[in-house]
Design a protein around this ligand. Structure first.
Ligand code: NAD
Length: 488
């Protein structure tokens, strides 16, 4: 199966922070892949803008090396790479001063889509927005893309929204949550709203509970200073897990258009109940027993021996509306866990009565949506165990692993960043967070964090390469349930 690629309109994309880690690892390799796929028009222009005082040749060399290193599994054709690098230029710029802005204005063309990617620290968002405006670089059709973290609480997120709103309409602001750019996340919507099969069962009458797990095997790495001020709740739950929860729980939007979808997500966030203290488990990883020097415990890694920041969190929450009243949502995310795995599981209720008798065994249907690795969707169904010896029931998966079902071309691995940047150029905001959504998410998160801070809660230690602290398993067992195994 060959995927259809529709080229986007011609554009000038300015990447502020164009020499940074994110630009080199994700944004530019992603653009290169879209160039090779024929989606980026050859006359489109990418302008790197950052503090380093380098010339365009040095910048192209830097990005060429980055693409060779981070470009993905497919080999890089030197001719394609060279042609792509010719679309790049560079401006040394100061977000807080006057350096570089006139030069940037000179390089930008008229009558093409203008997009500005703020791949810099959020403290610079306001400065960039103001200077773009002062130097007349934007018009009503220009777009800005902003990265996470979008604030660290409701107040700072509100301030950021206001800083941007001073110069841009909401329809011009693209807040990235790269989880929303994942193929399977969009497939979740296709499965829910493109099939008759699931939607009638998608409520508290038939769903026992829902689990969302985002497990990482890595520790905090070189991001210790940032991470220790943030923690798993701010870094993962407030944005990524919340977005996944919204897509699972939202009502069917009338149309698949940006505001219809985002209105429904916002209603879910506003209906989230506060989380009770005994429904939260926080943890900090211990040193890796096999290699404690290289992989020390959390507090050593962040160089804060008294840190109370969580590298793991598990919680139970509820959505107070007609569809979901009584169905718990269990969320869990952490670093240095047993496997890298992001999975959503919809666990359906038992059949009301077993005609086969309890000795035949009973299995619940589970729809599991796997975001990484091995993206795909599986539905566990109960069948008879083959062979003689009476009726014994077993659970087998109806497996929609995309690579198997669609073949290597159909399951072409379009990275989340590639898809999202192309959506920016197309002017499609469906997979981006709206300002009110982000603020609503912080309004739910803030009192939870405040609660544990005021209680002086200390995170529980957990072994590296485990499923988190024992208390996380107990959180489930108290409800007569279990977490799904975290498997690679
Ligand atoms: P980085 O420190 O590697 O790069 C920062 C970039 O900003 C550099 O190009 C630098 O020249 C530029 N810069 C700094 N001060 C400037 C100024 N005054 N004027 C103009 N340019 C200036 O950072 P990064 O890791 O690339 O992250 C960029 C943003 O993306 C941050 O907000 C970060 O939180 C976010 N983010 C990064 C990642 C990641 O994987 N690196 C993931 C998610 C979000």
């Amino acid at each position: 199966m060959v995927s259809r690629v529709i080229p986007v309109a011609s554009f000038d994309l300015v990447i502020f922070g164009g020499t940074g880690d994110l630009a080199r690892r994700k944004i530019l390799p992603g653009l290169f892949r879209r160039y090779c796929a024929g989606q980026m028009p050859p006359e489109a222009r990418i302008i790197g803008a950052a503090r380093a005082d380098i010339d365009v040749t040095t910048y192209r060399d830097m990005i060429g090396e980055a693409i060779a290193e981070f470009g993905g599994s497919t080999s890089v054709d030197p001719e394609d790479l060279n042609a792509f690098l010719q679309t790049l230029s560079y401006v040394a710029i100061d977000a807080r001063g006057e350096t570089g802005w006139r030069e940037l204005a000179k390089q930008m063309r008229r009558k093409v889509v203008r997009a500005f990617y703020f791949s810099v620290a959020p403290g610079l968002f306001g400065d960039l927005a103001e200077r773009l405006n002062n130097h007349g670089l934007t018009d009503d059709d220009s777009r800005i893309v902003v990265e996470k973290p979008f604030g660290r609480d409701l107040e700072s997120a509100h301030q950021l929204n206001q800083d941007l709103a001073a110069f841009f309409d909401e329809g011009q602001i693209y807040r990235i949550d790269h989880y929303l750019g994942k193929e399977t996340v969009q497939n979740l919507m296709a499965v829910r709203f493109g099939n008759m099969l699931f939607e009638p069962l998608w409520n508290s009458q038939f769903v026992d509970h829902i689990q969302i797990t985002v497990a990482e095997t890595v520790g905090v790495g070189g991001r210790g200073e940032y991470y220790d001020k943030s923690g798993a709740m701010r870094d993962m739950v407030q944005n990524h897990l919340m977005q996944l929860l919204c897509l699972i729980a939202m009502e069917p939007p009338a149309r698949f258009d940006p505001d219809a979808v985002r209105d429904e997500k916002l209603k879910v966030i506003r209906a989230l109940e506060p989380v009770e203290p005994h429904h939260i488990v926080r943890g900090q990883y211990e040193a890796d027993q096999d290699n404690p020097e290289e992989h020390p415990d959390y507090r050593t890694a962040v160089e804060n021996p008294k840190s109370r920041t969580e590298s793991f969190i598990a919680m139970k929450t509820h959505i107070a509306n007609w569809r979901w009243a009584g169905t718990p949502f269990y969320l869990r995310t952490g670093k240095r866990m047993v496997a890298r795995s992001s999975e959503i599981s919809i666990v359906f209720k038992d059949t009301p009565h077993s005609i086969f008798g309890e000795e035949a065994g009973r299995h619940r249907n589970v729809l599991s949506i796997r975001l990484q690795p091995n993206e795909g969707i599986k539905l566990g169904v109960t069948i008879k165990e083959p062979g003689p010896g009476g009726m014994r029931l077993i659970d087998v998966p109806l497996d929609m692993t995309f690579a198997d079902a669609l073949g290597p071309d159909g399951a072409e691995n379009v990275d989340a960043y590639e898809r999202l940047i192309m959506d920016v150029i197309r002017g499609n905001q469906t997979l981006f967070m709206r300002g009110d959504e982000v603020e609503a998410a912080w309004a739910w998160t803030d009192p939870i964090i405040e609660g544990w801070t005021n209680r002086g809660d200390v995170p529980k230690p957990y072994a590296s390469h485990s499923a988190g602290p024992d208390a996380s398993a107990q959180l489930m067992r108290r409800d007569d349930r279990d977490w799904r195994e975290v498997t690679p």
